[in-house]
Design a binder for this molecule. Sequence first.
Ligand SMILES: [Zn+2]
Ligand SMILES: [Zn+2]
Length: 339
Amino acid sequence: MKALLFHGPHSLSLVDREIPQPAPGQVLLKIAAAGICGTDVHILRGSAPAGAPVILGHEVSGEVAAVGSGVTHLKTGDRVTVDPNVYCGHCSFCRSGDVHLCVNNRCFGIYADGGFAQYAVISADFAYKLPDSMTWLEGAMVEPAACCMHGAEMAQYRTGDSLLIHGAGAIGALHVQYARLRGVSTILVSDPIAHRRELALELGADYAFDPLTQDLYREVRKILPDGPRVIMDCSGVPRVVEESVRQVRWGGRVVLFGICPADQDISIAPAYINDREITLCGSYDYIQLHQAAIDLIAAGRLRVQPLISHTFPLTAYEQAFATFGTSRSMKIMLLPNEA
Ligand SMILES: [Zn+2]
Ligand SMILES: [Zn+2]
């Protein structure tokens, strides 16, 4: 089979590999679609950790091509999507319910071979059936959707909340839609790219700003004189996080959803946080939200198809990664079994 192998920072190549065989409890998947995530790009640049050599790709959909012994709930031909966070179940984090923080995590597509290949194996417990109505591309969007749903839990939205989202790429656009489902009433987005702002408005945002040409602080204060109660940072830009602390409403929450470069600090006066009871919190992965994300996408409550801007065969991976982050791009999908 063809597979995209990550050898270490800045080193990725297309290789020929034996098709893996499912061990007991595992299934073999013929990968239909695999999304390129910001995390993959950080791994490639060396700014996020991963195993090496390893096949990346953790946002996947595919068909069960073979089942290992002992697998009873899946059969050959089933269409599935993967919850990539393969946790150990016995570390202190797993035993206290924080399985997404598992210290022994063997994340599919990060520490174990993933979906940038024609085939991949996964523990059957982490494969979820897709409804017939869902497309392969939608199936590969379940993982990022579930991540955003966890971000909303970290944000602790209250009915009637106001929210400012920095970054209106595929992730920001998912946050817009899910915040609406969670009862957030005023949703503002900030993104320098016009078509992303337009799409965010179409998907339910109330206001969209260009931070490069508008004074964002003033524009937001015109609508929300005390500031938004929640700011969801999907930009991963340290300066934007710093500004968010000053922009957020007193008593509010700033959620760090985008990944800032690991070697950059921000500067915040602790007293500013004290007096105003501001909460700064991270958001990483998710806990048992995979099925809920499937259900919301299948029901049309989270629209993911408009977020997919490009599809490429695996052989065009260089072009696919070069397209990531360009102004016309949103979610980019690799289709490993298409020529
Ligand atoms: Zn991802
Ligand atoms: Zn664990």
